[in-house]
Design a protein around this ligand. Structure first.
Ligand code: PXL
Length: 283
C-alpha cells in the first residue's frame, strides 16, 4: 500500500471540534489532515453544524456532559501524543475542557475558534459572547500553542490591531495569560500571507504566497491540524513545524478542487516538505 508518510502506529492525535458535514472544515478537515500525515486521529464532537460550501445553515452544540463523556471514553482507553481544540461552542464546554486539561499528560493546541450562538454564521463578530472569550482566556495556561486569527487576537486581548506594535503587544499579552507559544494568523500583509510565531522571547514573521481566491474553506483547521500531526510524529522544532504546516495549507489552496457550488475546501490530499521562507519581524 502506498502511504503518504512513514506509518507510526503510536502517532495518535485527538481533536475536540465541531462537525462540518460538507467535509471541508472542522473535525473532518482535522481527521483528513492527520491521516495525510500518517497520524491516527481520534475525535470528540462538540457541535453539529448544518453547512455546505455556500454557508452555515444551523449550529447546534452538544451538551457539555456529552462532550466530556466522549473525551473521558477516549482518554480512558487511548493515549494521544497531542490534542487540538477547534470550535468548542460554549463557554461551559471551554471551561469543562479546561478542567479536564489539568490532567492531560500531552500538549494541547488551541485554535480559539469563536463561534456564533446563532445558526447563520459561525464567526460573525457580534455573536462572539464575552463569556466564551473569558473562558478561552482561562484555557490559555493549558495551551502549548494558541493559533488566533486577527479577529480572535483582538477579542482575546481587547487590543485593536492597527500597528506592528499593537500585534507585538497582543502576542505578549497572550503569553502573559499563560499560552506557551502563539501563532498569530494575520492574513494579508503587503500582498503576502503573514503568520507571526511568538515564543515569549522573540516574534518571527513567516511570509507565504497569498492566493487571490475565496476557496480557503477549512484553512485554519488544516493549519492547526497539520501542526498537531507533526507534533504527534515526534517533531520538536516548532518553527520548522509551523513552516511545514503553513506550506501544507499553501499547497492545499493551490491544489483546491472545485467541490461544491460555493467556496471550495482547501485540498488536504497534498503533502508539503520544503520549508516556507522565514523572515525576522521588523519593528
Ligand atoms: O475554521 C473554523 C471552523 C471550525 N469548526 C467548524 C467550522 C469552521 C468553519 O467553517 O465549520 C465546524
Amino acid at each position: 500500500m502506498n502511504r503518504p508518510t512513514e506509518y507510526r502506529p503510536n502517532a495518535i492525535a485527538l481533536t475536540i471540534a465541531g462537525s462540518d458535514p460538507s467535509g471541508g472544515a472542522g473535525l473532518q478537515a482535522d481527521l483528513k489532515t492527520f491521516q495525510q500525515f500518517g497520524v491516527y486521529g481520534a475525535s470528540v464532537v462538540t457541535m453539529i453544524t448544518a453547512q455546505n460550501s455556500l454557508g452555515v445553515r444551523r449550529v447546534e452544540n452538544l451538551s457539555t456532559e456529552l462532550v466530556l463523556d466522549q473525551l473521558d471514553a477516549v482518554l480512558d482507553d487511548i493515549q494521544p501524543i497531542v490534542a487540538k481544540t477547534g470550535a468548542l461552542g460554549t463557554a461551559e464546554t471551554i471551561d469543562a475542557v479546561h478542567q479536564r486539561a489539568q490532567q492531560f499528560n500531552f500538549p494541547l493546541v488551541v485554535d480559539p475558534v469563536m463561534v456564533s450562538k446563532h445558526g447563520d454564521s459561525l464567526l460573525t463578530e457580534d455573536a462572539v459572547t464575552d463569556d466564551a472569550v473569558a473562558a478561552y482566556r482561562r484555557l490559555l495556561p493549558k495551551a502549548f500553542l494558541v493559533t488566533p486569527n486577527r479577529f480572535e487576537l483582538e477579542r482575546l486581548t481587547g487590543i485593536a490591531l492597527n500597528t506592528n506594535q499593537d500585534v507585538a503587544k497582543a502576542i505578549h499579552d497572550l503569553h502573559q495569560m499563560g499560552a506557551r507559544f502563539v501563532l498569530a494568523k494575520m492574513g494579508e500583509v503587503n500582498g503576502q500571507s503573514e503568520h507571526i510565531l511568538g515564543s515569549g522571547k522573540e516574534n518571527i514573521a513567516i511570509q507565504s504566497k497569498r492566493f487571490e481566491t475565496q476557496n480557503t474553506h477549512g484553512a485554519g483547521c488544516i493549519l492547526s491540524a497539520a501542526i498537531t500531526a507533526l507534533i504527534a510524529l515526534g517533531e520538536t522544532d516548532l518553527k520548522r513545524i509551523v513552516q511545514r504546516a503553513i506550506r501544507q495549507v499553501s499547497i492545499g489552496i493551490h491544489n483546491t478542487q472545485p467541490i461544491g457550488k460555493g467556496r471550495s475546501p482547501v485540498e488536504t490530499r497534498v503533502l508539503a516538505d520544503e520549508p516556507t521562507e522565514l523572515t525576522e519581524l521588523t519593528s
